[in-house]
Every structure is written in C-alpha cells, then in structure tokens.
Design a binder for this molecule. Sequence first.
Ligand code: 5GP
Ligand code: MG
Length: 179
Amino acid sequence: MHNDLEKILFTEQEIANRVKEMADVINKDFENRPITLVVILKGSAIFAADLVRHLTSDIDIEFIRLSSYGNGSVSSQKVDIIGGLNFDVNGKNIIVVEDIIDTGTTLSKFKEIILSQNPESLKICSLLNKPARRVSVIEADYKGFDIENEFVVGYGLDYAQKYRNLPYIGVLKRSVYEK
Ligand code: 5GP
Ligand code: MG
C-alpha cells in the first residue's frame, strides 16, 4: 500500500468485480440500444475505460471537464463545463460516468445542462457514493460502492493530481492534506 494512505477500501479485484456487475445491469437495461457515455475528466477516465469494455451496445464516448475542486479537498459551489458542451445530446441515450458523488453539486448542475438539450434518456453511473455530505438531491442510477465521509484516492481519484495511478482505492492520511 502507498505510504500516504491510511487504509485500502477496495482492492483491484473488488473494483474489477463491481465494475463488471454494473456493466451487466446497464447491458440488461439498454438491450443493445446505442449509448453515449459522457465521461467526466479526469477522475472517471480509468473507471470508464474498464466499464466500457464490458458494455455490449454501440458506444460513443465523449469526455468533458468540469471545474470543481482545485487542489483542495473541499468542494466548490460553482460548476462550469470547461470548453463548453461540444457534442450532440439531442435524441441520445446519455450515461454520465462519474468517479464519486459527494455533495452532489457537480452532477446536479451538469444534469440540468444535459436535460436542457433534450436527450432521449439520461442516466448517472458513479463508482463511489458518499451520502453523508449530500447537499443536492441526486442519486446515481448505477452505483458502485457507498463509502463513509472520508477522502479517498486511487483508481483515477486524485489529491492535488497525485495517486490516480493506484490500482486500488484507499483513504488518504489526514497528515497529507493538513500539512
Ligand atoms: P460533489 O460536487 O458531488 O461534491 O463533488 C464531486 C467531485 O468532487 C468528484 O467528481 C470528485 O472529483 C471530487 N471528490 C469528492 N469526494 C472526493 C474524494 O473523497 N476523493 C477525491 N479524490 N475526490 C473527491
Ligand atoms: Mg470528478
């Protein structure tokens, strides 16, 4: 385990198993209807890469960046799409792929933007869910794991751009972000 971590929450194998289960549910729901995956960079890229390889529909992948955390561990309130929404949503089956829903602010704002463009359908797929800190009313349609109110890194999730490459998900030591 990386020295900056307090503990591992989900191992590489546990994540792989859960991602496959999530994909199985999506495959059942969509019955091979085409899907546009909207991947929220950077955190969700690794999750999306694993998920998409289990999906059986025709898949179109779009990547977007939302302004959020900066380098801190406290969520900011304002949400912008960096570079704007530069793909067609109208009439598409959209699945938004997110790494973690925390306060829910990011996704609820982004959901409004997508809905205003008349998709055929819109689903939210989040690997992690931190219900303790929810401010906005939003739930994922496809959810990997519920976690406690702890700051986690690994499998795409960062702290100050570090730790994304860890193959597991773990809790960052407080001493790392409080120094
Ligand atoms: P929300 O708007 O739901 O509060 O924040 C969502 C975003 O905050 C996530 O997409 C993620 O980038 C970041 N975030 C929230 N909790 C954590 C966490 O425990 N670890 C990391 N690395 N990022 C988090
Ligand atoms: Mg994110």
